[in-house]
Design a protein around this ligand. Structure first.
Ligand SMILES: CC(C)(COP(=O)(O)OP(=O)(O)OC[C@H]1O[C@@H](n2cnc3c(N)ncnc32)[C@H](O)[C@@H]1OP(=O)(O)O)[C@@H](O)C(=O)NCCC(=O)NCCS
Length: 230
């Protein structure tokens, strides 16, 4: 439990340019206090001291504004910046080197039982106010934008923004926005275009057929004239 304290402090120094010294980090970063309280609460939870675990968790919430259920599994070097309003559910699993900003919910949709909270991969950033709801995985190195509402699996190396969350970047490349309503195909225009093409095609056919039949009539007239001359 205590062996992670050094790397917890380092995570703050690495991720927050405003953090000046270890002393300041230890005494003023409520995200750090919440994580340390959680480690104690989680140890109690693992020993099935559920009520004590919940009491520790709620006391921590009172002082930090961060509610982490004692059952949540948290990896190394989690950095919770500012923290107020963060909620992390019971069956949530968080990998290493994750950054979480204020107002983030890692919760359930209210419909699932058992594992009902997300699994967050390593090196994931979850922006302020984002809601990640359900028992799916957010892949390693992905970013969840501020205020995104993520309801389904996020592959590795992706950026997800908006409500409902959609992937806008994958492996560093921009992904075409299929929900850009100004770019949506118009089925009526498409149908009219296809009909116009069909009419043009039929027109051409009629013209060529009538040209052929005119040729045929000419030949017929020429034959009649030739017979009359004879
Ligand atoms: C998502 C985020 C991590 C950036 O990730 P990124 O992979 O570098 O993505 P980009 O900046 O290239 O943005 C990709 C697209 O998503 C859009 N976008 C980025 N963040 C967004 C958000 N929160 N909501 C909606 N759209 C967003 C960008 O405008 C861009 O759109 P475009 O392709 O039309 O230009 C960052 O924007 C973010 O939200 N960080 C959280 C920061 C935070 O919470 N800070 C709180 C400090 S107190």
């Amino acid at each position: 439990m205590f062996r992670h304290m050094k790397s917890d402090i380092q995570a703050v120094l690495d991720n927050d340019p405003a953090a000046r010294s270890k002393f300041e980090v230890i005494f003023t970063y409520s995200g750090l206090h919440a994580i340390w309280s959680h480690r104690i609460a989680h140890a109690c939870y693992n020993r099935k001291w559920y009520t004590l675990a919940r009491i520790i968790s709620q006391v921590s919430r009172f002082f930090t504004g961060i509610e982490i259920h004692p059952g949540a599994k948290i990896g190394q070097k989690l950095f919770i910046d500012h923290g107020m309003g963060v909620v992390i559910g019971e069956t949530c699993v968080i990998g290493d080197d994750v950054v979480i900003y204020q107002g983030v919910t890692l919760g359930g949709t209210g419909k699932e039982k058992g594992k009902r909270h997300p699994t967050i991969g390593n090196h994931v950033v979850i922006g302020s106010g984002a809601k990640v709801l359900g028992s799916f995985t957010v892949g390693h190195n992905s970013n969840i934008g501020s205020n995104a509402v993520v309801l389904r699996e996020v592959p590795e190396n992706c950026t997800v923004v908006g409500n409902p969350g959609r992937i806008v970047r994958r492996n560093g490349e921009k992904v075409r926005d299929r929900l850009d309503h100004t770019q949506l195909p118009d089925p009526i225009i498409e149908m009219l275009r296809e009909m116009q093409q069909e009419i043009d095609r039929l027109n051409d056919k009629v013209k060529s057929l009538s040209a052929k039949s005119l040729d045929g009539e000419d030949q017929h007239e020429q034959l009649v004239l030739a017979k009359e001359e004879k």
